[in-house]
Design a protein around this ligand. Sequence first.
Ligand code: GDD
Ligand code: MN
Length: 421
Amino acid sequence: MYARSAVPGSLAFLGPFWAAPPENPRLARASSWQHRTRRIYAAVMNEAIRPGSDIPQAASPAPELSVVVPTFNERDNVTVLYRRLEAALAGIVWEVVFVDDNSPDGTWDVVRALAQRDSRVRCVRRIGRRGLSGACIEGILASSAPYAAVIDADLQHDETQLPKMLSLLASGQAELVVGSRYIEGYKSEGFNKQRAGASALATEVARKMLRVEIADPMSGFFMVRRDCFEQLAPKLSVHGFKILLDLVASANGSLRAIEIPYTFGERKHGESKLDSMVALDFLGLVLAKFTNDAVSLRFLLFAMVGGIGLVVHLTTLFISLELFKEPFAEAQASGAIVAMTSNFVLNNFLTYRDQRLKGFALLRGLIAFYIVCSVGLLANVGVAFSVYDQEPIWWLAGAAGALMGVVWNYAMSGLFVWRKK
Ligand code: GDD
Ligand code: MN
């Protein structure tokens, strides 16, 4: 077991194949038994480790509500939001957890200063990571009140709804309360027409395909019972923006939800981080949930880019042969280089847009991508040959080789080109 940690970093991808034999068969049995019972252990706290009466009650009471605020470049908004929370939540014991993805504008610094004056404020500063959903998940899991709310930092959501949301949860009427922009009483000030249209379409798709019943599954404003959330958390995707949709779809109808209308206001300072690529994120989530996580949008995009690469390759080959009268070997090599380069650019822009390489990392990534694809080509030809050897059907051998190539390129690109920090 421990042998795995001794594998040098560059061989880490061999992990799954590197199952070191257990030295002691009894231990091996115990570990599989542990695996089966881990869920039970996670659900029921052992009496021996439950904090007993000998643990002193804290001087300040434990919060009843944790408010989680994802932030990225919201320096000018966080203090205003804090003041507004303080006003809206008078009479409630609350805390606020800001989850900041190391904003270049130093939002975390402002939050830290607030936290130094008020212990109800906490700051989770994440380095080398981005993503609204992941930030919300981490924030909720870092808090411990029985109820957790998620609210944007930019003052577009209406924090005066929080007490009402809390009472709906605390009275047991619901396990999830959603601030909805669509139901009766909804009025929007900060939503342009185009975006409203796209959002309405996405909502329809989500409702039909994932059988999500709530009117505004795209809302970023909700409150949930933490025990319910904690149960669903392992199923949630940390990518993208659609945490609420993910939560409701993953619950499969088991979360009792109530929606309340609110006014979606104007953003006060800074700008929205949701670009047109949000539609892709959404598509990815629908695909993943619909296929029970069997198909990832990233792989589909990677394969699609590969398909485009084939067209680029053939076009370059044709031009080199016909226009520049290059010999075949050189024309073929030009085709491969042009196709690999355009695949790299497209993947960097589309498939791995959330981890886009820039500056020097772009050059390093391009070279790594050339190497990965060259080895992929060898794998492709190798598999095609061995299939053809067994069964001399040209298209079957060709397709098997191409599949091997794309799977190899995808797996290795994720490890060596767009690797997570
Ligand atoms: N930590 C972290 N990391 N926070 C982020 C990130 C990120 O990568 N991206 C955005 N945020 C924070 C913003 O700072 C803001 O507080 C909140 O998440 C929402 O981001 P906006 O950029 O303001 O989104 P929006 O107003 O355009 O979108 C609204 O509508 C969407 C549905 O159409 C929000 O309410 C979203 O939550 C909602 O999904
Ligand atoms: Mn916003």
